[in-house]
Design a binder for this molecule. Structure first.
Ligand code: GDP
Ligand code: MG
Length: 166
């Protein structure tokens, strides 16, 4: 099996940490630089089940100018071209205008969305459940997977879930 995935989410939510955790080591293909090129490969994860090719997107935000609009267009094309979208969120941040905007875009796309709740090592289990309840109905999520990118918690579960959609 092999296919394409993209990882979206606010700055500091843990996207780079998750990428590094998934590939098991800090290698040079992950990057924090904002990208203007389409379909840039961010990371390739390989195991017996197959390969997950992560494509970078410049992020889905509300465009404030022409360059911003250009980046948003790339991001929107990317989310329609991948096999699965991983939307990374963290329990300290509840749904605001930025999240609403992302939800609207995701609801317009046919690509399955996995809601990945990161940093579960920082909160109690009950808080995670409350957080899931706040998100659950906002989008037709294919799956909801709580993880700790830092500790590697639920890493294999997330990988198995991604493979389901490739
Ligand atoms: P990005 O901007 O989305 O790429 O976020 P980074 O991967 O750079 O992470 C931002 C900060 O959050 C860093 O200080 C990470 O160490 C921290 N972080 C990422 N994942 C976790 C996690 O699962 N648990 C905790 N406690 N911190 C995390
Ligand atoms: Mg980053």
């Amino acid at each position: 099996k092999s296919g394409f995935a993209t990882l979206i989410g606010r700055p500091n939510v843990g996207k780079s940490t998750l990428m590094n955790q998934l590939i098991g080591q800090k290698i040079a293909i992950t990057s924090d630089k904002p990208q203007t090129t389409r379909n840039r490969i961010q990371t390739v994860y390989t195991e017996e089940q197959g390969q997950i090719i992560f494509l970078d997107t410049p992020g889905i935000h509300q465009a404030k100018n022409k360059l911003g609009q250009f980046m948003v267009n790339i991001a929107e094309r990317t989310i329609n071209e991948v096999d699965v979208i991983l939307w990374l969120v963290e329990p300290s941040t509840f749904i605001g205008a930025g999240e609403q905007h992302i939800i609207e875009k995701l609801n317009k796309s046919k690509t399955p969305v996995i809601l990945v709740i990161n940093k579960i090592d920082t909160v109690k289990k009950q808080e995670i459940l409350t957080f899931i309840d706040a998100y659950r109905d906002k989008c037709n999520f294919a799956e909801i997977v709580p993880v700790s990118a830092l500790k590697g918690e639920n890493k294999q579960q997330l990988i198995d879930v991604i493979f389901k959609y490739l």
